[in-house]
Design a binder for this molecule. Structure first.
Ligand SMILES: *[C@@H]1O[C@H](CO)[C@@H](O)[C@H](O)[C@H]1NC(C)=O
Length: 167
């Protein structure tokens, strides 16, 4: 195969990366960063997403970045999830070396608003130095706990255990 001129190769790379971000449904920002993540209802109270997980619309989250040494708050930002349970935040500056966390604030679902201390926040990297070429940063999903696990969960959890046992 003939070697592509560099400019065409770069254009192709650009088109590929653009289509990847379109697939993910999140537009990269022109400057700065886009932080995105999902909020779900942990319908099995299992601490992870399952096939019966539901995503919560209208859940509120808060981003906070602190100076890792002094713990001075450098940035706070609020987010609200859309119909797919996804929040996005536009962040203008690099927060390299800072300690950034997204935490759950509130859920509009009366039967799914319980928080567990060790599961209600997730650390995020908002910096150029994270080895990623895109400026979209994906946070791990956060879940509110349903007041009672759905009945189907008993069967589901047995299946997950069997699945894990084979690894
Ligand atoms: C954190 O604060 C210290 C003391 O003010 C400062 O020297 C340092 O540059 C800060 N770190 C960041 C990442 O801003």
């Amino acid at each position: 195969m003939a070697k592509l001129p560099e400019s065409i190769a770069i254009l192709l790379l650009f088109l590929i990366s653009t289509s990847i971000s379109l697939t993910a449904g999140v537009k990269p920002s022109a400057t700065g960063f886009v932080l995105t993540g999902k909020v779900y209802c942990d319908t099995c109270r299992s601490g992870f997403e399952t096939t019966v997980t539901e995503y919560i619309e209208g859940a509120k989250v808060k981003l906070e970045c602190k100076n890792a040494t002094t713990h001075e708050v450098m940035l706070t930002m609020d987010g609200t999830t859309d119909a797919s349970g996804t929040y996005t935040m536009d962040i203008k500056e690099d927060h390299d070396d800072e300690d950034c966390w997204v935490e759950l604030v509130s859920s509009p679902k009366s039967n799914c608003k319980e928080m567990k201390k060790d599961r209600n926040s997730v650390q995020v990297m908002i910096t150029e130095n994270s080895g990623m070429s895109s400026n979209v940063r994906y946070a791990n999903s956060l879940g509110f706990l349903r007041d009672q696990a759905m009945p189907i969960c008993t069967k589901l959890m047995t299946e997950y255990e069997i699945g894990n046992g084979h690894h």
